[in-house]
Design a protein around this ligand. Structure first.
Ligand SMILES: CC(C)(COP(=O)(O)OP(=O)(O)OC[C@H]1O[C@@H](n2cnc3c(N)ncnc32)[C@H](O)[C@@H]1OP(=O)(O)O)[C@@H](O)C(=O)NCCC(=O)NCCS
Length: 140
């Protein structure tokens, strides 16, 4: 529960993630550009406030643990704890699947957020589509 309303986290279909992915992460690209070929094999969770979707995350099984991608909270809802709850949910889901590690290609701009969630940076900073990233991971 937040001060603003009832927060619910539930599994959603990949297509429901597209609008928030596009609006938050790649507004300058097309909606088709934010659809991943792997989406149909992923597990997608959404956080809703009073029934309206405000944040999404997509999880993929890899040989090195759960990889999460396209994690985004709508601007009006950022900094209110929604992302922390959604990531915590993803971590719990990964644990119940028996995974030992969770990781992502993190935007460097989000590093303080991930550090607070117990993630550490691995390796060098690299660039994709003009944005700086580094791998961040956490044991489960
Ligand atoms: C990164 C992102 C998904 C986090 O989601 P969020 O909903 O904003 O996350 P939270 O609100 O839980 O945490 C964000 C910050 O608010 C703070 N916060 C958490 N709960 C809070 C609360 N109840 N009141 C005020 N601040 C709070 C957190 O401490 C955190 O601060 P930090 O960044 O210094 O660690 C979101 O900010 C986002 O979409 N950013 C743009 C896209 C992006 O960078 N995505 C990640 C790509 S790797």
């Amino acid at each position: 529960m937040t001060k603003q309303g009832l927060l619910e986290i539930e599994r959603i279909s990949a297509d429901k993630t597209v609008d928030i992915r596009h609006a938050v992460l790649w507004p300058e690209k097309t909606k088709l550009d934010v659809i991943l070929p792997e989406d149909e094999d992923g597990t997608h969770f959404g956080a809703s406030i009073d029934g309206a979707l405000v944040a999404v995350i997509s999880l993929f099984e890899t040989s090195t643990g759960t990889r999460f991608r396209k994690f985004a909270t709508l601007p009006d809802w950022q900094g209110k704890g929604v992302g922390t709850q959604l990531l915590t949910h993803a971590i719990e889901w990964s644990r119940t699947k028996g995974e030992r590690r969770i990781w992502c290609d993190a935007r460097v701009s989000a590093l303080p957020f991930y550090a607070r969630q117990g993630f550490t940076a691995e390796g060098d900073v690299f660039e994709k589509s003009g944005i700086a990233y580094t791998v961040m991971s956490r044991e489960l």
